[in-house]
Design a protein around this ligand. Structure first.
Ligand SMILES: Nc1ncnc2c1ncn2[C@@H]1O[C@H](COP(=O)(O)OP(=O)(O)OP(=O)(O)O)[C@@H](O)[C@H]1O
Length: 284
């Protein structure tokens, strides 16, 4: 799957316009010279990665992305088509998702979505996480900016395995990885943790889709971490007017500090709120 460096990339793909920019790299449109398929190319240059953890994560991204998305790939994961790695950069050729991301959708829709639509998106996210977790991959950076839409089908797809880790055979993970509003309390506490950190982050996404607010707020990263560690989950009546008891029950079970009582991604898929309002949104 890793096909050499930039020269091999240029032989196999034609590179087009920039679509987006992340913390370290750029995402551009590209086409396969062999099939003409329109794809996206994510390039992460290695020179700016001074922190050894950032470099290690960039170098292991292709392996973990491939493990999570190799055939049969869940329709709710951005598939990895090819990877090129040399001394200068890591290049990943992935599914093109030209339908924008969930963060932009939420801001275009005034911050929140109708319950049925939110349940459909939550079902697709849980399906993506269940697929990753079955293969021993924890994503560790689930957030609306990493949930992209396929322009043709409208399907939600989980992207960006740049923070992912392998936990197969129950291997515990560690390290403060993720994004403050979404990160699970056991990660903030500096303990070893498992793949249910992704379910916590998905619970934050569900809360945002239904209320337009984050569940654990702070003005600075340390204040957010304090709020996450307290884990005091509330549903302010003004923001949650009209939200069903079933939706609140699911959020309580996803945003549960006790990891042993927190649902797994598979259990989220079977929760009545997902099964009754969102289950038919899952493709394949
Ligand atoms: N497969 C894709 N198809 C279309 N656009 C994409 C794709 N992947 C990423 N993008 C766009 O490119 C931008 C950069 O994505 P990238 O995954 O590199 O970084 P990020 O998630 O924004 O930030 P970071 O990984 O640095 O935290 C995103 O905002 C997204 O809109």
């Amino acid at each position: 799957m890793v096909y050499g460096g930039e020269e091999a990339l240029m032989r196999q793909y034609s590179i087009g316009d920039e679509i987006g920019r992340g913390r370290f790299g750029t995402v551009r449109r590209c086409h396969s010279n062999a099939t003409g398929e329109a794809l996206a190319l994510k390039t992460t240059p290695k020179a700016p990665l001074r922190d050894p953890l950032d470099l290690a994560l960039a170098e292991q991204e292709p392996k973990l992305h491939l493990l999570a998305s190799s055939p049969p790939c869940s329709p709710h994961l951005v598939a990895l088509h090819a990877a090129f790695d040399d001394a200068n950069a890591v290049h990943l050729v992935v599914d093109l998702c030209a339908g924008g991301d969930l963060l932009s959708l939420l801001s275009a829709r005034g911050g929140r979505l109708p319950e049925r639509e939110a349940a459909g998106l939550a079902a697709q996210l849980a399906s993506a996480l269940a697929a990753c977790h079955r293969r021993g991959v924890a994503h560790r950076d689930v957030k609306p900016d990493n949930l992209l839409f396929d322009a043709a089908t409208g399907a939600l797809k989980l992207a960006d395995f740049g923070s992912a880790e392998w936990f197969g055979d129950g291997r515990p993970m560690s390290g403060l990885v993720g994004t403050p509003y979404y990160v699970a309390p056991e990660v903030v506490a500096g303990r070893e943790y498992g793949e249910k950190v992704d379910v916590w982050s998905a619970g934050v996404v569900v809360y945002m889709m239904l209320s337009g607010a984050v569940p654990f707020y702070g003005a600075t990263a340390p204040e957010i971490f304090e709020a996450v560690l307290r884990g005091n989950l509330r549903f302010p009546p003004r923001a949650f007017a009209g939200v069903s008891p079933e939706a609140k029950d699911l959020m309580r079970r996803m945003l549960c500090k006790d990891v042993s009582r927190r649902l797994s991604a598979e259990q989220v898929l079977r929760h009545p709120w997902i099964a009754s309002c969102g289950g038919d949104a899952v493709a394949g």
